[in-house]
Ligand binder design. Structure first.
Ligand SMILES: Nc1nc2c(ncn2[C@@H]2O[C@H](COP(=O)(O)OP(=O)(O)O)[C@@H](O)[C@H]2O)c(=O)[nH]1
Ligand SMILES: [Mg+2]
Length: 412
């Protein structure tokens, strides 16, 4: 095995880039000119345009280079006003796009901004996606000042008057893209691609006894592995009890070992001091959450006093899922750690609870790996603005078990 792993290993061979390509979704009713807009931005006919509505059946993806921005990916979608069984499926596929985009363009025509558009804007807000509204076919109907005023005021966004013609003027639209696409869209969306280079080895430790009911590998383990493979890294799954005996024969020396939180302490004593160690939960908290803030805030658990209020925000919708156990486990972990009598409030994040966030001394999000990074950031935003310390289940889990510093050290 050692031979198999020793392929052109060169620690200086850092091919992994920190940059990512922003993804932009184009939404709107059927026939409003979404595909035409994609073609104009691409400078060629990549998306099918038709006078008959419902031509774009599935979201399609187009790589486009824009001089002042660089590479972007445009997602052309089918109409949000599609109907019938197939139509509804297409609407659902369109909404899936919201999970992967960084920015949205809502195309309207004839000053029509009604329920389908409002619903879409609520979806953008749910996923914390910034958006711009393009009033297309302005050669047929001009954008009315009242429409512009109402939309810009209600949604704090910009409206652009546009005509998809051969010599369409894209300057304003592109400058709005440049201004409004969040900086995060250009940063890596890889889980570990920015810290592990090509041909470096990552050890993925699994518990000795695997719970048959919950399956061999967790979804986080699968997601992390896929990311590593996509970044040309080497991965090695190993049962924790085999680690000490096998370690000497493993080559190259693992850049990082990822362990289950519950057995981290035990493994820490076995593994060499110079080996970077972390947990699956921390890898995912870094990927999905506001990691910098979590690192800053999690230690504030130590200063909680009797009577302090802790908010637990649940992201899972299925109350039989393991994340539901987390909300109870959290209370036990924190109580045992702090020895204080704390007052817990549990809310579901999709219930959009109208609560006074100011009253809380600490807030924790559970099941955040089920959300997009934008959703996590959006959920935490009001708390961060009020200076309420925030963290995630996995960070709190690591902190209260005394493994926090060692487990975050590979990333700081
Ligand atoms: N007059 C006019 N027609 C347009 C404009 N943009 C698109 N169209 C036409 O509208 C129809 C539908 O366009 P398409 O891009 O397929 O719409 P989609 O269903 O939103 O993708 C086509 O016949 C286009 O040529 C525009 O700005 N002005
Ligand atoms: Mg289309």
């Amino acid at each position: 095995m050692a031979d198999q792993l020793q392929i052109s290993f060169d620690p200086l061979n850092k091919l992994v880039s920190n940059r990512s390509i922003p993804c932009i979704g184009i939404f709107g009713r059927k026939n409003c000119g979404k595909s035409s807009l994609v073609n104009i931005l691409s400078g060629r006919n990549v998306a099918e345009v038709a006078a008959t509505s419902g031509t774009t059946k599935e979201p399609s993806k187009h790589h486009v280079f824009i001089e002042t921005i660089g590479d972007i990916v445009l997602f052309d979608t089918s109409g949000i006003d599609d109907y019938g069984d197939a139509g509804e499926k297409r609407v659902l596929m369109t909404l899936e796009i919201l999970k992967v985009i960084d920015f949205a363009v809502l195309v309207i025509t004839g000053n029509l901004f009604a329920e389908p558009e409002k619903k879409l804007v609520r979806d953008f807000q749910e996923y914390s996606i910034p958006f711009v509204v393009v009033h297309n076919k302005s050669d047929i109907h001009e954008l009315a000042a009242i429409t512009r005023g109402q939309v810009e005021l209600a949604y704090q966004t910009k409206m652009i008057e546009f005509i998809c013609s051969e010599n369409a003027d894209t300057a304003e639209l592109i400058s709005v893209f440049k201004e409004m696409i969040p900086e995060s869209a250009f940063l890596t969306k890889s889980i570990l691609g920015d810290v592990i280079a090509r041909n470096e080895l990552v050890l993925l430790a699994v518990p000795d006894k695997i719970n048959a009911r919950e399956g061999q590998l967790t979804s986080s383990q699968i997601e992390i592995t896929r990311d590593l493979v996509e970044n040309y890294c080497l991965t090695l799954f190993i049962r924790q009890k085999d680690l000490p005996a096998r370690l000497e024969n493993i080559s190259p020396f693992p850049k990082l070992a990822i362990l289950p939180t519950s057995s981290f302490k035990q493994a820490e004593n076995i593994l060499p001091k110079e080996m970077h160690l972390t947990t699956y939960g921390i890898v995912m908290a870094r990927y999905k959450g506001d990691f910098k803030k979590y690192i800053e805030d999690t230690p504030k658990l130590s200063s909680l006093k009797d009577g302090d209020k802790v908010l637990i925000m649940q992201a899972a919708t299925d109350n039989t899922s393991p994340e539901y156990k987390e909300q109870d486990e959290l209370q036990t972990l924190i109580n045992n750690f702090s020895g204080k009598k704390l007052d817990y409030t549990i809310v579901h994040i999709f219930d959009k609870p109208f609560i006074n966030y100011r009253q809380f001394n600490f807030a924790i999000i559970c099941g955040s790996f089920l959300l997009t990074k934008n959703q996590v950031t959006g959920t935490l935003k009001p708390l961060v603005e009020l200076n309420v310390p925030v963290s995630s289940f996995d960070m709190v889990n690591a902190y209260t078990r005394g493994i926090f510093l060692r487990a975050i050290s590979p990333f700081i």
